[in-house]
Ligand binder design. Sequence first.
Ligand code: SF4
Ligand code: MG
Length: 322
Amino acid sequence: SDSILEVSNLRTSFFTDDGEVPAVDGISFSIKEGEILGVVGESGCGKSVTSLSIMGLLPHPQGKIVGGQIMYEGKDISHLKEAEMRKLRGNDLAMIFQEPMTSLNPVFTIGEQLTEAIRLHNHMSKQEQNNRAVELLKLVGLPRATELLKEYPHELSGGMRQRVMIAIAMSCNPKVLIADEPTTALDVTIQAQILDLMLKLNQETHTAIMLITHDLGVVAQVCKRVVVMYGGKIVEEGDVKDIFNHPKHPYTEGLIKSIPDLYSKKDKLYSIKGSVPKPGSIKKGCLFAPRCDYVMDKCKEQVPELLGSGHKSRCFLHQDEA
Ligand code: SF4
Ligand code: MG
């Protein structure tokens, strides 16, 4: 197949004093070579845990993959040894986070941090490392690279720091870049610039990108395909255009209505009523039922399956179409 990453029936749990708490509950999706896939949902839906599972970065020992497979280039990486996983992270898979979480080390210059990343996967002379650092800064749209290399993180704006983080992530020429809320901490203008940069990187380097966000508006700007997660499960999947034009799950409908509209006169943003259920707290029926405007009797008893071809949804309202 042309999938570079294929997740099937992945289940990830956290083991706490209260026992096993499922965070990702049997999800399947794939990322094709060179594509940008959006993964969207509110916090607590399992999207970050999905990415940490793929990267082998689950908190140890509480977080564990308890089922399913993560196939990377045809090989299951869900239970690799840490040394092998580290190799994969240094060469094939890279990740960036929301800006504050990724804070660069304040005591080292941008140049020191970038060349350290370059050294990890290349044998190069000092001069070559420096040239590569300059090249990477250009790739991420940072001008006056030579001066920048001598500066410290605090001398940069939030947007510039995120660009440096992207440069570090790109230093290994990854085949897949996982970006978890990369623009959430940035203001709207800078957010748009970083999203443009992701598009440009994808076009120039053909790195596949998995873009994780709570904001469907962000997905609309850069992704062709999107997976919507709720309660550790995928509730809708399909082409971004189809999903915007004809959402097939009430949760997705709510997310679309919650997209901040720059030009809207409304002073209050729409938000989906209620909150995300605690994992495992709903024992039967549709996980979205307590928040759903369309809830029917059977929704409280039976669990809808993810059905459809191409455009899939997990909702009884749309199962006749599937
Ligand atoms: Fe709402 Fe029922 Fe669809 Fe669940 S299955 S999203 S409760 S209509
Ligand atoms: Mg998250």
